[in-house]
Ligand binder design. Sequence first.
Ligand SMILES: *Cc1c(COP(=O)(O)O)cnc(C)c1O
Length: 396
Amino acid sequence: MSFQNPVFIPGPTNIPEAVRKACDMPTIDHRSPLFGQILHPARAGVQKVLKSTSAEVFIFPSTGTGGWETTITNTLSPGDRILIARNGMFSHRWIDMCQRHGLKVEIVETTWGDGISAARYEEILTADKSGKIRAVLATHNETATGVLSDIGAIRRAMDAANHDAMLFVDGVSSIGSMDFRFDDWRVDVAVTGSQKGFMLPAGLAIVGFSEKAMQATATAQLPRTFFDVQDMGAGYANNAFPYTPPVGLINGLKMTCDMLLNEGLENVFARHHRIATGVRRAVAAWGLDLCATSPDVYSDTVSAILVPNGFNGTDIVTHAAEKYGVAFGVGLGEVAGKLFRIGHLGSLTDVMTLSGIATAEMCMVDLGMKIELGAGVAAAQDYYRQVDAQEQQDAA
Ligand SMILES: *Cc1c(COP(=O)(O)O)cnc(C)c1O
């Protein structure tokens, strides 16, 4: 594997040089105001990235998976009923975690490649007259299939059903890359990690809690110690954690929030959309299909590309690593072998993306797929050239 090439896995993402330096810090006293000067701006930055003015942001030494556990253990009790759709490996894993914690999980089985059906959620919530369902869970961007679900529509479905459940959203591969509206959608807990849209190494679980979710912590009975948000909040009040914080990573988070906010969230989202559209143009030029079943669910952070019969998506990923030193994502679970994934989130430009498209193309030709060398690259180049011209016109 070459350390010069960008990675095209959907997390961990490429780390900007300045961010690596920000993470590389001398030891400081982690129970001092100096630590507070890192921690509090990082939390305020996350709140802005979530488009919230009120979310309580907690940062744990963990990963996105620990964020899931933080969400459920702080708000729910054993035997509580929850509603969640399964449409890929990440929603599947969250379901598995909920079941292992003794929650009663109502699963909406969904074709891998489809988005969450807000209509189905609305039916189930409407039928739940006595309000037994305590929380509605949703994976905003199913990283396994490259499918973006409409969280605004889910909130509208909850409102239409006049249901009072909390709304928990896994935004691990969307937050900081695609539009996420904590306040507008009245999200109760948003979950992410450091190594995707925030362009950091893995090591942080990042969650935002609404006032309603904070109130639920008072009665929630699921066991929690390491992930207790009340303990964490009490630590923050003293410029500290309940244990030793990963200071360098949090310093990096402070910087990446500034980077995202300085670029402008809408510009960040537009950049991801432009890059993703170029990738999709390439996929179309190759004559291949995405796992995502319709354009309204196309993800701007990851494209899962179905390979033709007789080929194995994992072989493309292995070949890319061995021959070209470039990382793509394999298919997971139900779609293992059937596809490969191009991650296109985080610190990425059109030009970097072209190298990924070119590499995928070389691999597919090497492995005998009927693809014309350059076809996908040309389609993406054509698109990137035109958008830039359009943007210059708009700016003029
Ligand atoms: C990566 C990812 C996770 C898991 O995060 P880890 O940091 O690997 O624990 C959860 N959900 C989604 C949608 C993801 O993309």
